[in-house]
Write a protein that binds this ligand. Sequence first.
Ligand SMILES: NC(=O)c1ccc[n+]([C@@H]2O[C@H](COP(=O)([O-])OP(=O)(O)OC[C@H]3O[C@@H](n4cnc5c(N)ncnc54)[C@H](OP(=O)(O)O)[C@@H]3O)[C@@H](O)[C@H]2O)c1
Ligand SMILES: *[C@@H]1O[C@H](CO)[C@@H](O)[C@H](O)[C@H]1NC(C)=O
Ligand SMILES: *[C@@H]1O[C@H](CO)[C@@H](O)[C@H](O)[C@H]1NC(C)=O
Length: 368
Amino acid sequence: MGGLFNEVFGALLGQSALLLVFFATQESRTGGRKVVCLVGLWGGACLFSLSLFWSLILFSLSCFLLCIYLSGQELLPVDQKAVLITGGDSGIGHALSKYLDQLGFTVFAGVLNENGSGAEELRRTCSKRFSVLQMDVTDPQQIKDAYSKVVQKVQNRGLWAVVNNAGILGLPTDGELIPMIHYKRCMDVNFFGAVEVTKAFLPLLRKSKGRLVNISSMAGGVPFLKMAAYGSSKAALTMFSAVMRQELSKWEVKVSNIQPGGFQTSRYLSLRALQCWRKTSWTTSPLTCRRSTAGDYILAQKNVFSKVLTYASSDLSPVLLDIQHAISAKRPFTFYTPGSGAYLWFCLFSFSPTGIFDYFNKKISYFK
Ligand SMILES: NC(=O)c1ccc[n+]([C@@H]2O[C@H](COP(=O)([O-])OP(=O)(O)OC[C@H]3O[C@@H](n4cnc5c(N)ncnc54)[C@H](OP(=O)(O)O)[C@@H]3O)[C@@H](O)[C@H]2O)c1
Ligand SMILES: *[C@@H]1O[C@H](CO)[C@@H](O)[C@H](O)[C@H]1NC(C)=O
Ligand SMILES: *[C@@H]1O[C@H](CO)[C@@H](O)[C@H](O)[C@H]1NC(C)=O
């Protein structure tokens, strides 16, 4: 009888430990990979040791870990901290600039075109603290100029965070058909651009013991079809981050990597990629002899691509909240995967055999 009671009670405690950890992940809305692994470990452990003694130990341990975890989730005061965001012309960067400005941060928005409508709108709608900086991330001189302006404006208050957001999608089609120029352009903006901006502003971040946030992509961690150029450049960024995260820890600079799922941004809405398609000179393609076939094939994907857009979410708030967390939390996460299903894709790719992943990827992909 006592044995049964012990087992039931132990199982209950084990379950509560599981639930506690589960709710902690839910509350933060950001799938902390570590916490999810912990749930797995706990689950396994509970199955094996239903004795009261071990369950009690497990239970107190998870309470303890939970306390540590939750205390790290506390947000630091905004206090007009200065934040630099690249690619503020449109999309996520634009929305983030406005959002952080409203929260009271001193925002520097780097833009590709200071005379464009995006920059104009930021100047019109944002507070007095706000500055728009001309900064093409592929132009070293513009980065230097932006740096001087930031230094001049923040003086000794320092720069708290840099958000590497500027990015381009390039031409999404079969890897064989993507012209070299699109591969190079993706690398230039998404990878070398982010590296150069980071190198330029690191001295300021070191001084403030601040935050470095990169907007990578789900496609940089999961091999999606038609994303060879874009995905490779984002994968490079993700790997570089993993190295830098460790190297920068001695300066107490915390780095986070945001890997959003599909969100409808102007890039997708204005179908910039489609304009690319039209502008691309197919004579430079290795498939010149089959030029019209390749051209037809790619144009046929246009409709599929427009359809994909309708599935993307137009509500950017999950991304904005995650970036805010990376900038403000006492202990930010290393990875964030905003967007429905984004984290599931990572798990599927990381933990399932290639055959199974390929099957689902093809099945679910809109491009065949
Ligand atoms: N939307 C998603 O679902 C999604 C998913 C995964 C990852 N991401 C990533 O999130 C970031 C933002 O994407 P988004 O969806 O907001 O796309 P977006 O609307 O195209 O925003 C990208 C921004 O970067 C700017 N930009 C392009 N080239 C630049 C350069 N050389 N220097 C400086 N700025 C440059 C663009 O300026 P213009 O407007 O003037 O071209 C634009 O404002 C990107 O890094 C993207 O890869 C987005
Ligand atoms: C924006 O306009 C100003 C004034 O006309 C000009 O000097 C500057 O070069 C323009 N900037 C860009 C990026 O075109
Ligand atoms: C962000 O990108 C920069 C430049 O590629 C790199 O130095 C840094 O470590 C990256 N950090 C994260 C967390 O992705």
